[in-house]
Design a protein around this ligand. Structure first.
Ligand SMILES: [Mg+2]
Length: 225
């Protein structure tokens, strides 16, 4: 399904809070489910479970990683129990022009998310974006080694047979962009923050602002081999 030569950009998209707004409805649901899971399986009260979830999120960039490392939690069971939605479609918020914006970008588009596979595909189906992506990598794809761990990025580059400087990472998480930039990727930060970062090439207030960067993307990656 590749549409481009080896020199065109490879767009590496995060999913949550990048392609859709997860913070208003979806993250609160997942956070409640994760806290309840920790209460049940580690026999903690609500306050202690909440604190542990936040601690692992801050320390590892993913609650799951702390639970695997320190408590031997089964990742498949945890992800299935905590990403269980009765009506996911009603919780998703996306920009109306997003599909057209993505379709107009030159090069390949792939997803690189810390979310589980089933949830990721459900979001892509519900938003009508699935057919716009050439590949989808989720937290299962590289052995539960989520961003910002270096190993997941390296495996993605290997799997896609591309060099880092051919890739443009589009993300809301600055920590993930720092790793992307360290490896040589170009970086776009989806944020309302007024802060700037030396690890970021451009900031986007809205994901649909990508439409202004098509020419930049080709210049940025044209020297990549
Ligand atoms: Mg995100």
């Amino acid at each position: 399904m590749a549409r481009s030569s080896g020199r065109a950009p490879v767009w590496v998209f995060d999913l949550d809070d990048t392609l859709h707004h997860a913070t208003p409805h979806i993250f609160p649901h997942i956070n409640r489910a994760m806290t309840a899971y920790i209460e049940r399986h580690l026999a903690l009260d609500h306050a202690a479970a909440t604190a542990l979830r936040q601690h692992y999120w801050q320390r590892y960039g993913a609650t799951l990683l702390g639970l695997i490392r320190h408590h031997g939690v089964d990742p498949h069971h945890f992800l299935a129990e905590t990403h269980n939605f009765d009506d996911l479609g009603s919780l998703i918020i996306t920009a109306p022009a997003l599909a057209d914006t993505l379709a107009d970008l030159p090069g390949r588009r792939i997803i690189f998310s810390n979310a589980p596979r089933r949830y990721t595909y459900d979001v892509l189906e519900q938003t009508g974006l699935r057919q716009l992506f050439d590949a989808v990598y989720t937290v299962e794809s590289f052995g539960f080694q989520p961003k910002p761990l270096r190993v997941g990025f390296l495996k993605l580059l290997q799997r896609e047979q591309v060099r880092a400087n051919q890739c443009i990472m589009v993300e809301d998480s600055l920590a993930n962009l720092v790793m992307a930039k360290r490896l040589g990727m170009h970086t776009l930060w989806v944020t309302r923050s007024l802060r700037n970062s030396p690890w970021v090439d451009h900031k986007l207030r809205n994901i649909t602002d990508l439409r202004y960067l098509a020419a930049w993307s080709q210049r940025a990656t044209c020297g990549a081999k």
